[in-house]
Design a protein around this ligand. Structure first.
Ligand SMILES: [Zn+2]
Length: 283
């Protein structure tokens, strides 16, 4: 299969076919930037690196960068309140990891609950490129191993309690990185008719408007419920700005690693779904 580098015209075709308006009741549910999600109704429009696991990583990295402390458990609780409970966590792995687990089950003689639990903590989120890259280069993402372990542990516990870890299928076929502004989402998969047949492509998506809106609320709640303590005089707007800055770093660190050389586009939607596409160069 040919791997596309998506042109602006091709992106326009993809958007015409794949755009959908944001459901206001579900606007804070998240998914990852990964392009392998199925085009299914109900797919959260809010795409961000690592979904909710990535947002926790972002908070911890911001604390490390700006020198403030976070109460990890409280921060996690606040995030789950914003999304309407742990059951709604936006987290994923992929079928490659799922198959490895299936195979190791067959190999291990004493596949008891302890082994199963350890395996879940070790393997959870491992099909997510963003979380995987964080683990490979904690320094670049300004995270500690303890913080990453915390994220994996709470996620594994949530999965045990019934939260859905989406297992994405297929290979990475992303051909562009698209930053969305406005109140519309985009499904990431698209099949082109070409002279040599049908070709599947996918796009990495970051929904800047929804990510910002949710981050503002997250910052307010973190301070109000004292999960984060800032120096005197610094307020929720400061925390929000800090999260935004580090959020951009996290997005670009992962884009550099997983989407190097692809075109970067900014798509701004109007209320009726009309849109402006701007080319922002290459990743
Ligand atoms: Zn991911």
């Amino acid at each position: 299969m040919t791997k596309f580098t998506l042109s602006k015209d091709q992106l326009q075709d993809l958007i015409d076919e794949n755009k959908y308006s944001v459901d206001p009741d579900k606007k804070f549910l998240s998914r990852c930037i990964d392009g392998r999600y199925e085009n299914e109704s109900g797919l959260p429009a809010l795409a961000m690196p690592g979904g909710d696991a990535g947002e926790l990583a972002l908070l911890f990295a911001t604390a490390n960068t700006y020198g403030f402390s976070v109460k990890n458990e409280d921060a996690y609780k606040i995030l789950t309140e914003i999304i309407g409970g742990e059951k709604n966590l936006g987290i994923h792995t992929d079928e490659h990891v799922s198959i490895q687990i299936q195979n190791s089950k067959l190999k291990i003689k004493n596949y008891n609950s302890k082994v199963k639990n350890d395996e879940l903590v070790n393997s959870v989120l491992m099909g997510c490129g963003h979380i995987k890259q964080i683990g490979l280069d904690l320094e670049a993402y300004k995270l500690t191993n303890e913080q990453l372990t915390f994220i994996k542990t709470v996620t594994a516990q949530a999965v045990k309690k019934g939260a859905k870890q989406t297992s994405l299928r297929g290979e990475h076929m992303e051909s562009a990185v698209v930053i969305i502004k406005g109140n519309w989402g985009i499904y990431p998969r698209y099949t082109f008719d070409t002279s040599s047949g049908n070709t599947l492509t996918e796009i990495f998506i970051y929904h800047a408007s929804l990510a910002n809106e949710r981050r503002k609320l997250f910052a307010e709640k973190l301070l109000k419920q004292k999960a984060v303590e800032l120096f005197d005089g610094l307020d929720a707007d400061y925390l929000y700005q800090a999260l935004s800055d580090v959020g951009e770093n996290h997005l670009m660190e992962t884009a550099k690693r997983l989407a190097s050389g692809l075109s970067l586009y900014e798509v701004t939607f109007g209320n009726q779904g009309e849109q402006k596409i701007e080319e922002m160069g290459k990743v």
